[in-house]
Design a protein around this ligand. Sequence first.
Ligand code: GDD
Ligand code: MG
Length: 363
Amino acid sequence: MQALLLVGGEGTRLRPLTCKTVKAMVPILNRPFLEHLFGYLARHGVDDIVLTLCYMPDRIESYFGRGGGHGVKLTYVMEESPLGTAGAVKNAERYLKERFFVFNGDIFTDLDLGAMMAFHRERGAKATIALTPVEDPSAYGVVETGADRRVKRFVEKPKREEATTNLINAGTYVLERDVLEGVPPNTRYMFEHHLFPGLLQNDQPVYAFPSDAYWIDIGTPQKYCQVQYDLLQGKGQSSLASPAKDGRPGFGARSSLHATASVEGAVVVGDDCSVGPHVRLRGPVVMGNNCRILEGAAIESSVIWNNVTVGRNAWLEGCIVGSNSSIGEGCSVGQGVVMGEGVTVGNGIRLEPGRKVWPDTSV
Ligand code: GDD
Ligand code: MG
């Protein structure tokens, strides 16, 4: 089976994490997000993958090449300027089969793709939209259906009080290629605002495929952490996740843990890290490669990328630290702090909860 992945967005809501990389490449349990997605697609028999790129395309292409090492075949299609979700698919039309999946490139899910494809065929649909229940539908596309699961209305990001159901567009579609006939070439065009409402207006068979399978959009710092904490707790599946058990941290190659350091809960540590004397790691914690955590530091519920130094007696809780950053002695870094790459935090600094620190800056 074939899938087209939309990975051209700028990932603005994930800034400053996406200032130097793209959303599709941010590490999830120390592997690029797309690597998890390729594993999932391959497990479901989808191995022909078309990637539509716009923002920092070389980050993805130079890492994955033609995809061989990941069990999938990759085709890259570039956009000079963002063509929107449906415009990007139109731009890749020459590579597409009669029927294919489309994925928003920031969704982590266990949705059963074989069952969705079978449902689409049975109904003779032109488009089938996967749905998932969420608590607050206002950040998503709300999809109203009849009892026969035929879609009646599609409302992108309604006000909370205007949402009539908590079932939202999960960002996975099955499409018949001929729906692209209605999409103007080289023009910014969206599934959410243009193509789906247009198909409904023309009374085309658009169906919904609701599912309770694990689902998350990783596009905000909070959700980016949540997906990793979920994977550590065995919610959601990835062939790349190996949940660490209580007191038995998943330490990578050549990483050391001092005899006086303590580890509680689910903790994953990459390669070549050193965790010094009297350090306390309280899961969920995800640490990349080549990090140094100095004496007496405490880290709780945080995600730390590669090459990060945490100074003596520093305290980190509920934060994200980008690669090549250094946190000084005795610092305290509060809930929701997000640091980009290459940040230096001086000794004794207190970073207020929610503060965003831009890459290559010193505070
Ligand atoms: N190639 C390309 N070109 N990709 C794009 C473009 C573009 O112009 N614009 C957005 N994308 C990609 C993004 O990189 C992302 O992977 C995906 O399309 C969706 O864009 P988001 O910016 O993440 O959209 P959203 O999360 O606000 O809303 C969408 O996803 C929700 C589910 O998470 C909508 O489809 C909603 O209806 C849906 O509920
Ligand atoms: Mg999104």
